[in-house]
Design a protein around this ligand. Structure first.
Ligand code: ZN
Length: 358
């Protein structure tokens, strides 16, 4: 037995475990097939439809696949390496089984909605789009899972628990590479990438809030999740949301410690000239909205953003030089914040000169 989630390593006491792929070979020459003898058990452990896993192998390997419901085994045409198959299964698990918000490996409950596949996680309660832009998503949409009933699933076995479509051809799962099919797939991919809007903005914001509510130790992971959740967001809106979640604007010390803690995450959203301009304006807006508490501390905030590699000198000087550039803030306020920042700006210029003369 191995753990379903790679992250759980070799911990034998992990809750979610499955058998290793049991591989066999059948047939000869051109009819050679690689068998996955324990597909039924694996699908059951993953609490998903064996058809989805089998089809996924077929799509990745561009090979014909099929299921034998009597023996609960699957086949993939051709000779395939066991370690490669295990890697593909891991990819499938990451995409369609694991919750990418809370990393639970208990198996997402999949549902087709708005031309996309939504997975609901029983551990954290979030409903998230899965397999966006993946070919298998199209297959799941055509072959939607039946409502998961755990009791009957155990009685009938994983093979019987899913709806069969009369026109679904189990034996021939070729990847259609014609121009027409490609165009359809592309269209589909574009549509499902907009799924965050389909879910309603409120729910994405809720997921984000919960992400930040939980004590986060792995900022890299968090950054990845936030980027993914907000990929369709307007940059300014995204930053304002993130600032709202991490900064307590009534406490300048807290802001400084959060800049340090989330430096990796913040830096992700401040790279380049355009993002730098948006980032500096969002910082400016936050300070000006909480003028009494924060404005005197503004040079320290900018200094911390600089020291923690979130903003570079060019980005800060660009902001400083562009007075009256923030339509969301009164001109006199923009002047005031720059006046407050002067000690840091002078230091920054001086530090730069020193560096050049070295
Ligand atoms: Zn979850």
């Amino acid at each position: 037995m191995i753990n379903i989630s790679e992250k759980d390593g070799n911990d034998a006491y992990c809750r979610y475990r499955m058998e290793k792929l049991e591989i066999g070979i059948a047939g000869k020459g051109r009819n050679k097939k690689t068998l996955i003898l324990n597909m039924g058990k694996i699908a059951k452990a993953l609490r998903t439809n064996p058809k989805y896993i089998t089809k996924y192998f077929g799509l990745v390997l561009n090979a014909e696949t099929g299921l034998d419901s009597e023996t609960s085994s699957a086949y993939i045409k051709g000779n395939h390496d066991a370690s490669n198959l295990a890697m593909i299964l891991t990819k499938f698990i990451k995409m369609f089984i694991m919750c990418w918000v809370c990393d639970d490996a208990g198996g997402l409950r999949l549902k087709v909605s708005h031309d996309a596949v939504i997975g609901t996680c029983d551990a954290c309660g979030n409903s998230i789009p899965v397999g966006q832009n993946d070919k298998l998503t199209k297959f799941i949409i055509k072959n939607p899972p039946k409502k998961r009933d755990r009791k009957s699933e155990e009685q009938v076995g994983a093979f019987g628990a899913f709806e069969e479509r009369p026109n679904d051809d189990d034996d021939k799962w070729h990847t259609d590479t014609s121009a027409e099919a490609t165009a359809t797939r592309l269209k589909h991919a574009t549509q499902s990438s907009g799924i965050m809007h389909g879910l309603g903005k409120g729910s994405t914001v809720d997921i984000l809030r919960r992400l930040f509510d939980v004590e986060q130790t792995d900022i890299f992971e968090l950054t990845h999740k936030v980027s993914r959740l907000t990929q369709d967001f307007d940059s300014r809106k995204r930053l304002n949301l993130i600032f709202g979640f991490i900064f307590d604007t009534s406490d300048s010390k807290q802001i400084i410690s959060m800049i340090k803690k989330y430096s990796e995450l913040l830096a992700t959203f401040s790279t380049g000239k355009a993002n730098g301009a948006i980032f500096t304006r969002c910082v400016e807006k936050m300070i000006c909205d909480n003028e009494l508490k924060l404005i005197a501390r503004s040079p320290i905030f900018f200094q911390q953003l600089y020291e923690n590699d979130i903003l570079d000198e060019d980005q800060i000087m660009e902001w400083y030089g562009n007075r009256n550039s923030n339509p969301n803030i009164d001109a006199w306020m923009q002047k005031k914040i720059r006046a407050n920042c002067l000690p840091f700006i002078t230091w920054l210029e001086f530090a730069d000169e020193e560096e050049e003369s070295e």
